[in-house]
Design a protein around this ligand. Structure first.
Ligand code: ASP
Length: 327
């Protein structure tokens, strides 16, 4: 039986079931009815970096039978509100002019997408992205328009530049070296994928982008197919790291398409990274992907070591360093 068919069968059987082995009927190529054991790995959530509070929050939504979309929104909001995370939401590092500008996107099981880019003063861009998806005829709002829409939708504007991030920015201004080089250990965009009890996948991605970026710069994170892509027939993928490199290879879409062709999430993430490293010098930046397929199987891979992903399955957080191209 072809792998894809197997995944589809497994998924259908997993619908509505939390965990455990299930015996399903499956028609083989010889048209015989054969019984095979399938362990559906869902509900489950995976996120970039070490974010146990975010994955636990998402898990709690899934555990109660909530949708993968709700799990994603609630999970991402945890990091957006955490001022210690200086790459997401409130407390994010500003652009070179001292403005905190946030990017986020979300995709649901039906392939709907919503995003905000370069939005200021609103702590929860993931929730604004969801509102763009659900309440407007558009998919992406930018800058002042996104902020206006958020305020009209009931979000409270606030100053997102915390004392800690302001002090770091002032120090940085002494040299103002804003070459877009990323410290490979120092970026925590939250990309999150979840599969719920029905086997439906959703994803989200939220970030303040590269620290001290040029004003107006937008990376991969809010752009469909680059920072995130979900096809509920196949799976999902999301990215963190140097957004310019992910954008140039449309990385998350590529990974989902590779899974469609039969690659495992791990194999697809590895190929996504290879597409970047094969193009030249990758010494000064990091890119990492995580992916999940329709049976809840996951994969992750990065260019350099130091990237980890957090999985929550059955309520247990597991943060593990991913394999990398450059060991
Ligand atoms: N991917 C994000 C961006 O390029 C940054 C990051 O993940 O560190 O905006």
């Amino acid at each position: 039986m072809k792998r894809r068919k197997f995944i589809q069968n497994a998924t259908l059987t997993g619908a509505g079931v939390a965990v455990g082995a299930h015996v399903i009927s499956c028609t083989t190529e010889k048209k015989e009815k054969t019984k095979i054991a399938v362990v559906p790995e869902f509900p489950k959530v995976i996120a970039t970096w070490n974010v146990p509070n975010a994955t636990e929050t998402a898990w709690k939504v899934l555990e109660k039978g909530g949708s993968s979309l709700d799990a994603i929104e609630q999970g991402c909001r945890i990091e957006e509100a955490d001022e210690r995370n200086q790459s997401v939401g409130k407390g994010g590092r500003p652009d070179r002019d001292g403005n905190v500008t946030l990017d986020a996107c979300i995709m649901d099981k039906n392939g709907n997408y919503g995003a905000v880019v370069c939005m200021q003063h609103i702590k929860h861009p993931i929730s604004v992205a969801r509102k763009v998806m659900e309440d407007t005829p558009h998919v992406l709002l930018a800058g002042k328009g996104a902020e206006k829409f958020a305020i009209e939708s009931g979000f409270q504007p606030e100053d997102l530049l915390t004392e800690a991030s302001r002090k770091e920015w002032e120090k940085w201004r002494e040299t103002s070296n804003y070459a877009p080089v990323i410290n490979i250990e120092n970026h925590d965009t939250i990309g999150m994928l979840a599969i719920d009890k029905n086997g439906d996948i959703a994803g989200g991605c939220t970030t303040s982008g590269l620290a001290y970026k040029m004003a107006g710069r937008v990376g991969d994170s809010p752009i469909v197919g680059s920072g995130l892509f979900i096809d509920n027939e196949i799976g999902g993928a999301t990215a963190t790291g140097m957004g310019e490199e992910v954008l140039k290879t449309v990385g998350s879409f590529l990974i989902v398409e590779l899974m469609r062709q039969g690659r495992s999430p791990q194999e697809a993430c590895e190929e996504g990274i290879k597409r970047i490293v094969s193009k030249g010098n990758f010494d000064n930046f990091q890119v990492a992907y995580v992916a999940m397929n329709k049976s809840g199987e996951t994969g992750s891979y990065s260019i350099h070591s130091g990237f980890s992903a957090t999985i929550n399955h059955n309520g247990i957080n597991n943060n593990k360093e991913s394999m990398s191209f450059n060991k």
